[in-house]
Design a protein around this ligand. Structure first.
Ligand SMILES: [Zn+2]
Length: 278
């Protein structure tokens, strides 16, 4: 079973424009591998035998909470088609500056959504600030998984708001939080990830950009972090499933570990027992 714990989709009528904006913001250093729609995602999942994908929305303003939650429920409950309902696992998004953030986190949990996405560049916050620690304690107490962007973001000037050192502090101060640190703990901060995160009890997702696949530091994180705490991810549409799977395989972790990283660990975390039929 293959499970990708980090993909993005955009509404059909906005996807082309949204992707173009993100490419321009990154000075054209990235190119999407697909159109960014739910249908495009499902097509490529089927083609590459990816059974499930966690869809990670990002509320860039507090007021987007309701719309994002409604869309997550629509995906889950079949309003976007049976395939989407069977193969996609939508997360929600609660902006850290939302005055109703604790009530909204509770609403997410009560509606049966399994986690939330945090992106400190798009939702300005400092990951280990006292108010964020409260936010994460609330997530932990509600049983919500937190999927967090970590390290640089190619679309922004560097700001160490979500660097590996801060993530380590969150782990220390909020024991029991089920945290997925994206991009192997810190995109283009893999040396720091090795120093502060590798070997600790958090999950690292394996999403990188194609240009990073043969770099030494991300390879080291992949090989040195416990295999039961690595989760396959692509950040689709920014990396193809083929390249993402090849990157995991390039670490030569052995057949059992590779199976765990590609899907077994995520199945356990998300409570999935069998692949869904196409
Ligand atoms: Zn992402």
């Amino acid at each position: 079973m293959v499970i990708d714990v980090h993909v993005h989709t955009f509404p059909d009528d906005m996807a082309a424009r949204a992707l173009e904006k993100l490419v321009a913001k990154a000075d054209r250093a990235i190119a999407p591998v697909a159109d960014g729609t739910v249908a495009g995602l499902l097509d490529q999942m089927r083609a590459h035998a990816v059974d499930y994908a966690v869809v990670c929305p990002i509320a860039t303003r507090p007021a987007q909470f309701d719309g994002i939650l409604a869309e997550a429920l629509a995906l889950r409950d079949g309003e976007r088609g049976g395939e989407a309902a069977r193969h996609l696992i939508p997360f929600a998004s609660v902006h850290p500056a939302d005055e109703a953030r604790f009530a909204h986190l509770q609403q997410v949990a009560e509606r049966g959504i399994r986690g939330i996405k945090i992106h400190p560049y798009y939702q300005p916050c400092v990951l280990d600030a006292p108010d964020m620690l409260e936010y994460f304690r609330c997530c932990r107490d509600l049983g919500l998984i937190v999927q967090c962007h970590c390290g640089f973001d190619i679309g922004f000037p560097f700001d160490p708001v979500c660097n590996p050192e801060r993530i380590a502090r969150v782990l220390h101060d909020v024991p029991g939080l089920r945290l997925i640190a994206a991009h192997l703990g810190g995109w283009r901060q893999w040396e720091e990830s090795l120093d502060h995160l590798v070997g600790k009890g958090l999950y690292l997702d394996t999403s990188i950009l194609a240009m990073n696949a043969t770099e030494e530091a991300p390879q080291r994180v992949l090989r040195e972090h416990p295999a039961d705490r690595l989760l396959f991810a692509t950040d689709w549409p920014w990396l193809s499933f083929r390249d993402g799977i090849d990157f995991v395989r390039s670490a030569r972790l052995g057949a059992n570990n590779e199976r765990a990283v590609l899907g077994g660990n995520a199945a356990h975390l998300l409570g999935i027992s069998v692949p869904a039929p196409w």
